[in-house]
Design a protein around this ligand. Structure first.
Ligand code: 5RP
Length: 223
């Protein structure tokens, strides 16, 4: 099976998990990215179980609305029962690198509110140590050079994703060359740099469950 087929399979497994969820009035948090887009398309099959959705990006909002789902502002949501989203890397503690699609800040906010976070990913995303995937950092534009110097001091090589402005009007620096042995500390350290909005490490709020699409089928890993 190619990577796309694995993504479709794991998205379908998340749909099956939602079908079995005890609540039929789900307030569903929806992530961003190609795996999540397969999931969004699959939601049409379980429409009756979903009350409203909360989205982590303008792109996912547009797709959800095109399929007829109600998308509410997080501030207006009574709660978020479940958040389903992809990842760029996941370690054995279900700590993640996210933000390949530049939606990391909103993804982090929805994940922070969610009762349960199910990460959906194909097996290529599973790693022993985070950091081979360049770590995305969302930065206030005027702080770009300052933040880049601080990231170099941390041992990384930041590269400005020049063609991207986030949904929040900011820029992304992708930090190459970091071997992240202590994800919690690295997440906090980068957050402390003035001008950083957020970074793509999900260590303070890891996933609760990782559904991993493998050649042998979808496996569920819990922390
Ligand atoms: C977007 C993300 C995505 O979840 C991550 O990049 C994985 O994307 P894909 O499912 O396309 O491989 O964090 O900001």
């Amino acid at each position: 099976m190619d990577q796309d087929a694995l993504k479709k399979g794991v998205a379908q497994a998340a749909i099956d998990a939602l079908r079995a969820h005890p609540t039929d009035q789900l307030v569903l948090g929806v992530g961003t990215g190609s795996t999540t887009e397969y999931f969004i398309h699959g939601l049409a099959d379980i429409r009756d179980r979903i009350d409203v959705t909360v989205s982590s990006s303008d792109r996912s909002t547009a797709l959800l609305e095109a399929l007829g789902f109600k998308v509410v502002d997080l501030n207006a949501a009574p709660r978020v029962d479940l958040y389903v989203d992809g990842a760029d890397e996941a370690n054995h503690r279900l700590q993640l690198i996210k933000g390949g699609g530049a939606a990391l800040t909103r993804e982090k906010i929805v994940a922070a509110v969610a009762e349960r976070f199910i990460c959906i990913a194909d097996e290529s995303k599973r790693v022993d140590t985070l950091g081979a995937f360049p770590l995305p950092v969302e930065v206030i534009p005027m702080a770009r050079s300052h933040v880049a110097r601080e990231l170099v001091n941390l041992g990384g090589q930041p590269v400005w994703r020049e063609d991207v402005i986030t949904d929040n009007g900011n820029i992304i620096l992708d930090v190459h060359g970091l071997r992240i042995d202590a994800p919690l500390e690295t997440e906090r350290h980068i957050n402390d740099v003035t001008g950083v909005v957020s970074n793509g490490l999900f260590a303070m709020r890891p996933a609760d469950e990782l559904l991993l699409g493998t050649q042998q089928g979808v496996i569920s890993i819990t922390a």
